[in-house]
Design a protein around this ligand. Structure first.
Ligand code: DC
Length: 224
């Protein structure tokens, strides 16, 4: 049997998959990256994949209201996400996928079930190729890898999340970031397909008053 079935996300013996979900600014990327380092695993930012599709949609001037055309973009775009860079159709999009235009359109793109089908298959294949990994996103523990060894749901107060994001995107003021974040959270949590929800068996950690190492230590302890 394959270590991971690309079709249904079942995980074979000896394959370590850690799923980290939560809203924007909850600390997922930093925690996932550091946890992966500590466990000697690779890390995948699945949000960067959705952002890459949104980037390709804009680059090809596809109408955001045309779901079929957007699914086509997802199917035939070449997206290379690694720890240091994001390359979309041969173009370095590392900075632009974090910019305001992509950030405003990504929830629309991520709400399309055909787009999610394409990226879910790629996320499972990514794990299969590496024999495991730490993945972060919105639906990793609920949909992509419901049998992950450890499922984590991170949250933080709306204020702290907006402060963290405003710190990352220096061109934007706190109020703008806070408003965008609230709109994106609402869209990501209320969409019909794979909305952001906590898996019933996920470990929930509120990171508002915790350091990254405190969160990572807690997760390592849970792994036993
Ligand atoms: O983590 P992020 O903010 O970079 O994610 C960008 C968007 O992608 C987010 O608004 C929702 C979507 N997303 C998703 O729907 N499913 C995932 N597994 C990861 C991200």
């Amino acid at each position: 049997m394959d270590a991971v079935s690309a079709a249904d996300g079942q995980i074979g013996e000896g394959v370590r998959v850690i799923a980290i979900d939560g809203p924007a600014g909850s600390g997922k990327s930093t925690v996932a990256r550091r946890l992966a380092e500590r466990l000697g695993l690779e890390y995948l930012d699945t949000g960067a994949m959705y952002r890459s599709v949104a980037f390709a949609v804009m680059a090809r001037e596809v109408d955001l209201a045309d779901a079929d055309a957007i699914v086509e973009v997802a199917r035939n775009s070449d997206i290379q996400v690694d720890d240091a860079s994001v390359i979309v159709d041969g173009v370095d999009a590392t900075t632009q996928i974090r910019g305001p235009e992509v950030t405003r359109s990504v929830s629309t793109v991520a709400a399309i079930s055909g787009v999610r089908d394409v990226l879910r298959v790629r996320q499972r294949a990514w794990v299969m190729e590496r024999g495991g990994g730490v993945l972060e996103g919105r639906d990793i523990g609920t949909v992509v890898f419901p049998d992950a060894e450890l499922k984590v749901y991170l949250s933080a107060s709306a204020m702290v999340r907006a402060e963290r994001r405003a710190g990352e995107v220096s061109a934007l003021d706190y109020e703008t970031v806070a408003a965008d974040l609230a709109a994106r959270d609402a869209a990501d949590s209320s969409r019909q397909h794979d909305p952001l929800i906590q898996a019933p068996d996920a470990v929930h950690i509120d990171t508002t008053d915790l350091t990254v190492d405190q969160v990572v230590d807690e997760l390592i302890a849970r792994l036993g």
